[in-house]
Write a protein that binds this ligand. Structure first.
Ligand SMILES: [Zn+2]
Length: 173
């Protein structure tokens, strides 16, 4: 990885999006606390944020799974036990952000293929929706309520997906 890439600073909104989607909103205070600091003891984090140490560690490990934070384990010379010192990997955020949008884009594209390659039938009471072959099996009668199923006009869904794909493509390019 080049030095130039590492210097890309994520916006606050970008960080929030990544942390919230990958770990959860509850992880934001820890990320905010670590921001701009280096090698912070997990006990300090817990104390400053008034969290239980186990709760703090659980969140940190979740963040670690996604490389949002990293740690250094050192033996405390006085107490004799190991303490983890944590860093927020701010430079990872833009990459993770891009990855998140790429995954969404893949899903949307898959859905679009699905929507445009099949004809869907839907019950008038909206209890079931299925493709042509499946509806044939049920003789075009809803398996839930027995109502006749009608071919669904999915052009709005297709339009929605196309728009969303266009937006996401801008974000990942
Ligand atoms: Zn029905």
């Amino acid at each position: 990885m080049t030095q130039k890439l590492k210097l890309t600073k994520p916006t606050k909104k970008m960080t929030e999006e990544v942390v919230t989607e990958l770990v959860g909103e509850h992880a934001m205070p820890i990320v905010d606390f670590l921001k701009g600091k280096t090698k912070i003891s997990e006990f300090i984090i817990a104390e400053e944020l008034e969290l239980e140490i186990n709760e703090t560690r659980n969140v940190l490990y979740k963040l670690l799974e996604h490389n949002i934070v990293s740690f250094l384990r050192k033996k405390d010379r006085i107490k004799g036990w190991y303490i983890c010192y944590w860093d927020f990997n701010e430079h990872m955020v833009p990459q993770l952000h891009k990855k998140l949008h790429q995954q969404k884009l893949d899903k949307m594209e898959e859905r679009l293929v699905n929507e445009t390659s099949a004809t869907f039938f839907m019950c008038g009471n909206a209890c079931s929706r299925m493709d042509f072959d499946k509806s044939m099996e049920f003789e075009f009668k809803c398996p839930e309520c027995g109502n006749l199923m009608h071919q669904q006009d999915n052009s709005r869904t297709v339009e929605f997906l196309k728009d969303r794909i266009k937006e996401l493509k801008k974000l990942v390019s």
